[in-house]
Design a protein around this ligand. Structure first.
Ligand SMILES: Nc1nc2c(ncn2[C@@H]2O[C@H](COP(=O)(O)OP(=O)(O)OP(=O)(O)O)[C@@H](O)[C@H]2O)c(=O)[nH]1
Length: 328
């Protein structure tokens, strides 16, 4: 009997905990992940960016964690096929190495519906035997009008699938806006644990050790979300441009196309400075740009990723025309 139990227990495969961080474009996923990795560096990270040019990894580059990037589409549709092989490779590295990480954290793109990712983790037998879905976290910006839930079904789905909702950017929001969002979240995710983070700071132990919740698998009779109506383009800036010009142009476009221009991010160069500037905008505002340290792999070409609801070309052309104009 004893031998039998021993033999059984030696066949038990240790499962690696997986956390998913979702949340709408610009809602603070990477900022949260960045802080989380300072507290929990033994993590392998997968980031998915809707735009074709990876920008988020610039923020995470100080962390020496295994980092994989899936770009140029959304993890819930265009690049979903890459997830299983990626997780299989990570698992094989984990098995053959000396347990090189303790968990996997997946940051989905800001327009992803997390459900297909959950579906893979829970239904794919090989993965389900080797990974355990530990937490589905969604960030939601308090500075964004709650209207965005009505415009973007993806934003609702992210909240609905989350077992922990982290309200971010509360320092940029009025008490009234926070109360309005709170009320909306009570309807969208009544059972979810609620946390608040400013610049990604919160009780990270609490976030990683929340009790595992019961999960429903997909009810295949439910209608799928409609195709994303988002487009993205990467603009290359071959020559350095004065920051003042870029700032005015971006502020102008963000203010004039609040519903259409949903996200701007990039790494750009300014005259006389080797250190690139990390540019971030969305939710109707341009965030303060920050200088990044110089890296040998930097090629001196600025790249701005813009994500629009609907067609992107017209707005990209307007942006380039204004950047080239010396009147701004
Ligand atoms: N003031 C303030 N800014 C924040 C906070 N959290 C994030 N930000 C800023 O918001 C901008 C967007 O944050 P990210 O973490 O890149 O958002 P994201 O959800 O990863 O963005 P995508 O991956 O493009 O969807 C950045 O400029 C952050 O510095 C916060 O709590 N307060």
């Amino acid at each position: 009997m004893n031998n039998y139990s021993l033999a059984r227990s030696s066949n038990v495969i240790e499962r690696i905990p997986v956390f998913i961080i979702s949340g709408f474009l610009g809602s603070g996923k990477t900022t949260l992940l960045n802080r989380l990795l300072s507290h929990a560096p033994q993590s392998a990270v997968i980031i998915n960016e809707f735009g074709a040019t990876p920008i988020d990894q610039q923020l995470l580059r100080e962390h020496k964690v295994p980092l994989s990037t899936l770009v140029g589409g959304c993890l819930c549709c265009q690049v979903i096929g890459s997830l299983t092989p990626l997780l299989k490779n990570l698992r094989m590295a984990w098995d053959s190495g000396d347990r090189p990480f303790e968990r996997v954290i997946i940051e989905t793109s800001g327009v992803a519906n997390p459900e297909p990712v959950l579906d893979i983790l829970l239904r794919e037998r090989w993965l389900a035997a080797r990974y355990s879905l530990q937490g589905v976290i969604a960030t939601v910006s308090a500075s964004m009008d709650t209207d965005h839930f009505d415009y973007f079904p993806e934003a609702q789905a992210q909240i609905a699938w989350a077992d922990t909702v982290v309200m971010t950017q509360t320092d940029l929001a009025t008490a009234e806006a926070i109360a309005k969002l709170d009320a909306r979240l009570s309807v969208l995710a009544p059972a979810a644990t609620r946390l608040t983070a400013v610049q990604g700071e919160l009780d990270h132990n609490a976030l990683l050790n929340l009790p595992n919740k019961f999960r429903r698998l997909r009810n295949t009779e439910l209608p799928e979300l409609p195709d994303h109506g988002f487009s993205s383009i990467t603009l290359q800036l071959e020559h350095p441009l004065p920051w003042e010009r870029m700032q005015k142009t971006l502020e102008y476009l963000i203010a004039h196309y609040p519903k259409q221009l949903v996200r701007v991010k990039g790494m750009v160069y300014t005259p006389g400075q080797n250190q690139p500037l990390l540019v971030q905008g969305g939710a109707g505002r341009l965030y303060p740009a920050t200088r990044l340290p110089v890296r040998t792999s930097d090629d001196g070409v600025g790249r701005l990723v813009i994500i629009t609801q609907g067609e992107v070309k017209g707005l990209a052309e307007e942006l380039m025309t204004q950047l080239r104009s010396h009147n701004v």
